[in-house]
Write a protein that binds this ligand. Structure first.
Ligand code: 5AD
Length: 348
């Protein structure tokens, strides 16, 4: 297959419509995944601890201005209950995620992390948005292993258009990722695919940015319009975009995943829930296109319904979600990984 190196060659792959060539791209990514990481799929239990958010991201259903959703904050016991479930399902790690909730005391997070680490052999990933450096340090000192902060798009103009910053502080997530690595976290970034105004070339540059940042974890998920957001109008998205606009399709998302795998053979790459929501067989396809991680949502259903970053149909409890995912992993001819699934770095 043509080697994707330059932005132009990556764009050519993203626009490729010859099924045989597309299959060669998938095959290459799958082979690289197998050689670097084997067949095991890591399961990370996602716990959405609060849907309060002070930010106004133009695409996100839990943005501050969306008064339609009731807000919740899980208690310490509720969070630890979920963690116990993840442990009994033999997951290797948990991800604590929330909106940018200024009312959560950083000491409370530190205590929850410390308690988890004392009680379970789990890796702990935090995904709590853009926070003060001293909070990142505090959580690391208390045992957090990883931090996820998706930069959504590396196109600064587009980024700024859809991410009004906190007052007095620019929103530079790439800089924050570098800082998090400095503090000692394994770092995860990611993008959405098909944002209105996002071009093929911009997505190609994002794939290169993944490699440049040497991310431990990376993801690409299709943008899904949410009707209660400024960007939510379906009509903003041309169903058959021509020109430079990249579509928010499952097909192009899978190509981006394959290319990301080619550029970052050893990174941990999940199938995003957005892909599983948007595309039939999204999990199965994602595993075939370079992914080695799935993040089952283990938030109690009564809260999960309210963590509506984009519309989806949620009615399954934790065991159903788990069993469905276990079946897909088997169908893909893969196994469920044991252990925390830290990023492997060649030569270490
Ligand atoms: N469509 C797809 N993904 C979304 N996210 C937030 N809103 C949307 C949407 N409308 C993703 C972002 C965010 C993650 C938690 O969910 O990538 O970082």
């Amino acid at each position: 297959m043509r080697n994707p190196e330059t932005i132009e060659s990556i764009v050519a792959w993203l626009r490729e419509d010859d099924p045989e060539k597309i299959e060669s791209l998938r095959g290459r990514a799958d082979e690289l995944r197998r050689d670097a990481l084997g067949g095991a799929v890591h399961l990370r239990g996602l716990i959405e601890i609060s849907n309060y958010c002070v930010r106004q991201c133009a695409y996100c259903g839990i943005r501050a201005a969306n008064s339609k959703i009731p807000r919740y904050r899980m208690t310490r016991d509720e969070v630890l209950d979920c963690v116990g479930k993840a442990d009994s399902l033999k997951y290797g790690s948990v991800v604590l995620q929330s909106g940018e909730d200024d009312k959560i005391d950083p000491e409370w997070i530190a205590d929850v992390v410390r308690t988890i680490k004392a009680k379970y052999p789990l890796a702990v990933t935090l995904s709590l948005g853009e926070c003060p450096t001293e909070h990142y340090r505090l959580w690391k000192e208390n045992g957090a292993d990883r931090y996820l902060l998706k930069f959504e798009t590396g196109d600064i103009e587009l980024y700024n258009r859809i991410h009004p910053p906190r007052s007095g502080r620019p929103s530079d997530r790439v800089a924050i990722l570098r800082e998090l690595r400095e503090i000692g976290y394994q770092i995860g970034g990611g993008i959405m695919v098909g944002l209105p105004g996002q071009t093929y070339a911009s997505a190609a540059r994002d794939i290169k940015l993944f490699a440049e940042l040497d991310l431990d974890m990376l993801s690409a998920g299709p943008y899904i319009p949410h009707p209660d957001t400024p960007l939510g109008d379906e009509f903003l998205l041309d169903k058959n975009p021509t020109g430079d606009q990249i579509p928010n399709s499952g097909a192009v998302t899978l190509k981006i995943m394959a290319l990301a795998r080619i550029f970052c053979p050893q990174a941990n790459m999940p199938v995003t829930t957005a892909l599983a929501t948007k595309a039939t067989d999204g999990y199965l396809e994602g595993l075939r296109w370079g992914a080695n991680v799935i993040m089952p949502n283990i938030t109690p259903v009564k809260y999960r319904r309210l963590y509506e970053i984009y519309p989806d149909a949620i009615n399954k409890d934790v065991e159903d979600v788990h069993n469905g995912i276990a079946r897909i992993i088997e169908k893909a001819g893969r196994t469920i990984a044991a252990g925390p699934g830290h990023r492997i770095v060649k030569g270490e």
